[in-house]
Each structure stands twice: as structure tokens, then as C-alpha cells.
Design a protein around this ligand. Structure first.
Ligand code: AHG
Ligand code: MN
Ligand code: MN
Length: 335
């Protein structure tokens, strides 16, 4: 039997290869701790009625917050501040970014941007949900207060990004800019163990994930791509399978392993789509590219978009290289 490699061993052993600095190790230790706490809470949520349901407030984007959204946000904020390496964060659930004020954290060299709980509509129905995060080096001097410019960096500046999937098992998948590795939480030891080394997304796939309820809003090019997926004219010679979980993390994870594409275009009620550049699109785009896939808004590489606002949304196409290229070609020729 091959020897189990824990997350701690992996990031310590690989420091010289992929981890620019020892500080990232400290951040990852706290992300793993937060994930374990949240994973436990999610697993018991059905038994604790006070954890499930709406909180009665909306976030800055006008979305109803669930109790677990806010709980997850608090857990990650607490652990990131505890790492001592993170001077501030921005998250989907907060109106603005937060500068950590504790002495141990305020001079940290990094900022973390995250979606504490992705897949809100699946919380109450026991379907997979996740956390998505992105780590940047701050650009302000470490003796100054962290500012908006630290948060509004292009995705290509990410030092690391990842996600935690709370599914039948809890997984942590991340990149530090040198490939993608996946770890599964062993509940008996409380350790994340390397289960999916050097992940590569197949260049082609047979799964497409898009909310087809919005079909009437799709551009001609996107409609043509959906027809292509449903036809036998695609590279596989038979219709692709539609798979749409409604948790981006879960749809992305399936596509990463099996090959596939996820699309959330602009629609009339949300012309820039629904997904947030900083908390969802950039981190998963970094992972997709590191695994050999692509991520675009249809016209421009996601990681090259200059962010203009914290909660900015962008149309999003991510997944297997040949599938993303195909939809882009149909979008550009049918304008
Ligand atoms: P969040 O729960 O963080 O608000 O994100 C939900 C996102 C994404 O996870 C999912 O794929 C998409 O919104 C679903 O949106 P629709 O219900 O409009 O399809
Ligand atoms: Mn989300
Ligand atoms: Mn969310």
C-alpha cells in the first residue's frame, strides 16, 4: 500500500517547488482548520434547525443570506486572521473589504478573497456545497493599512487559489501556480490526505452545465453551442449529458475530473451573469488553467480582466480546453 501524504507533509515537503514562501503554509494550515470546522457543522446542520434557513437579511448584492453563509464567513475570517499572515479579506457576504486590526495580523503580507459558501440554494436540501478562495500578495506597504487596491488585483496575480467541496466526502483542491492537487479529508484522523495528485482536466468532455431555464436570454452563438451539445455533430458523435447542480464548485469539480464545461452567461435579469469575478471566477480560472483547461468571459481570458469593483460579476465559461474553444468560436462568428 502506498504511503499516505497529508496536506501538512505535502506543503512542507514541496515548499521549494511550488510554495514561494513559508507564509503560505501558515495560511493553508488555517484554511484547512476552518474547512474541517465548517465541514463538521454542515454535516450536522440537518439535526440543528438553528443552523439552517434564511437569516432574514440580504448581502450587498441583494441576495438573501442563509445562516450558513454567515456562519461560514465568520469561521474563515477568524481562521485567516489567526494565521498571522493575512492582513485583510474580502468576501461575498461583506459590503466592503475588511482590514484585520489585531497586532498579529495587520502587517501580514497577503490578502484572501473568498466565497465562504457556494451553492446557497442547495444548503437546505443536503446537496454538495463549497468554499472558494484566492490568495494575493498585498501591494500596499506592510506598515500601511490594507486598501481597496490590494483587493482589486488581476486574477493573473494570484499566488494560490482553491476550493473546498463539502460533498459525500470533503475535499480541498488547490494550486500554488505549479499544477493542481486534491486532498480528501479523512474523518478518522482529521487530516486532509493527498488523493488526487497532479490533476489534469481532459481536453474534451461530455458534460455541459448551464441553467437552461435561461435559454431564451442566450445569445445566438450560445444557443448554437447548446444545440451542438445536444446533437450528434459534436466530437463524441452523440449528445452530451446535461449536468447542472447549482453549486458552481460541485459542477466545476466534476468537470475537472471527467471533462466538461460550465457556463453562466449574461441574462436579462443579470446582464453580467451571476458569478463574481473575485470570489468565484478568478480562483477557479486559475485552477482550470493550471489543470490544462480554459476560462473566459466569451471574449477575454478571465485572469486578464482588470477588476473595477469588489463584487463585480462577469459572464463565465470554464472547463475543458476544446469545449471552451468551441463555444468561443460560435459566440464570435454569430455576433
Ligand atoms: P452563491 O451560493 O455563492 O450565491 O453562488 C451560487 C452560484 C453558483 O454556485 C451556481 O452555479 C449559480 O449561482 C446558480 O445560479 P442559478 O440558480 O441562477 O442557476
Ligand atoms: Mn458562489
Ligand atoms: Mn456564496
Amino acid at each position: 500500500m502506498s504511503k499516505v501524504i497529508t496536506l501538512t507533509q505535502f506543503i512542507n515537503n514541496g515548499k521549494s517547488d511550488f510554495c514561494e514562501s513559508v507564509e503560505l503554509v501558515g495560511i493553508f494550515n488555517e484554511i484547512a482548520r476552518a474547512a474541517i470546522v465548517l465541514s463538521e457543522d454542515i454535516r450536522k446542520a440537518g439535526l440543528k434547525s438553528h443552523i439552517l434557513g434564511k437569516i432574514g437579511s440580504t448581502n450587498v448584492q441583494g441576495e438573501e443570506q442563509q445562516k450558513l453563509d454567515v456562519h461560514a464567513d465568520n469561521i474563515f475570517k477568524k481562521h485567516l486572521e489567526l494565521s498571522g499572515e493575512v492582513c485583510g479579506i474580502a468576501s461575498e457576504e461583506n459590503d466592503s473589504y475588511i482590514a484585520f486590526s489585531s497586532k498579529g495580523a495587520m502587517h501580514g503580507k497577503y490578502v484572501v478573497l473568498f466565497d465562504p459558501l457556494d451553492g446557497s440554494s442547495n444548503i437546505d436540501v443536503n446537496v454538495s456545497i463549497g468554499t472558494i478562495f484566492s490568495i494575493y500578495k498585498r501591494i500596499s506597504p506592510s506598515d500601511a493599512k490594507v486598501g481597496l487596491a490590494d483587493m482589486l488585483q488581476k486574477g493573473s496575480e494570484q499566488m494560490s487559489s482553491g476550493y473546498i467541496l463539502y460533498g459525500p466526502s470533503t475535499m480541498l483542491v488547490f494550486t500554488m501556480g505549479s499544477g493542481v492537487n486534491g486532498f480528501t479529508l479523512d474523518p478518522s484522523s482529521g487530516e486532509f490526505c493527498l488523493s488526487h495528485p497532479k490533476m489534469q482536466i481532459p481536453a474534451d468532455g461530455r458534460f455541459y452545465a448551464i441553467n437552461e431555464g435561461n435559454l431564451n436570454d442566450f445569445s445566438q452563438g450560445l444557443k448554437a453551442y447548446v444545440c451542438y451539445c445536444q446533437s450528434s455533430e459534436n466530437q463524441s458523435g452523440k449528445p452530451y449529458s446535461g449536468r447542472y447542480i447549482g453549486s458552481l464548485v460541485a459542477d466545476f469539480h466534476r468537470n475537472l475530473i471527467k471533462g466538461g464545461i460550465y457556463i453562466y452567461p449574461g441574462i436579462s435579469s443579470s446582464p453580467e451573469g451571476r458569478l463574481r469575478l473575485l470570489y468565484e471566477c478568478n480562483p477557479l480560472a486559475f485552477i482550470a488553467e493550471q489543470a490544462g483547461g480554459l476560462a473566459t468571459n466569451g471574449f477575454e481570458r478571465i485572469l486578464s480582466i482588470e477588476p473595477s469593483a469588489l463584487h463585480q460579476r462577469v459572464p463565465y465559461i470554464v472547463g475543458s480546453k476544446n469545449m471552451v474553444k468551441k463555444v468561443m468560436s460560435l459566440i464570435s462568428t454569430s455576433k
